[in-house]
Design a binder for this molecule. Structure first.
Ligand code: ZN
Length: 95
């Protein structure tokens, strides 16, 4: 079962929405990628293994919640919690 989760563009606060399967923890939304992390586009298969996050193109992909919202066209990055690299990730590993 997938659940829509919303995020704000850090540049213009347009709301984007992503369907998420099951439980995946989010670490942060940033206007830049974290170094060494693997991102895929929001319409790619972001649930697969070894993907660390999703790259949004504000207003230019299909994720904008309000279809009339233009967005700012800039990119931003949703980073998942990596297992084992943070306190939150370690907690996930114990589940
Ligand atoms: Zn934006």
């Amino acid at each position: 079962m997938s659940t829509p989760v919303t995020y704000y563009c850090p540049h213009c606060e347009t709301v984007v929405e992503l369907e998420r399967e099951g439980y995946l923890a989010d670490k942060s939304v940033t206007p830049y990628p974290l170094e060494g992390w693997e991102y895929v586009a929001a319409d790619d298969d972001y649930e697969r293994e070894r993907i660390d996050g999703v790259r949004f193109q504000c207003g230019e992909d299909e994720t904008t919640r309000d279809p009339d919202a233009d967005g700012c066209g800039r990119g931003f990055y949703l980073s998942f919690v990596r297992h084992g690299t943070t306190d939150a990730g370690r907690a996930l590993g114990k589940r």
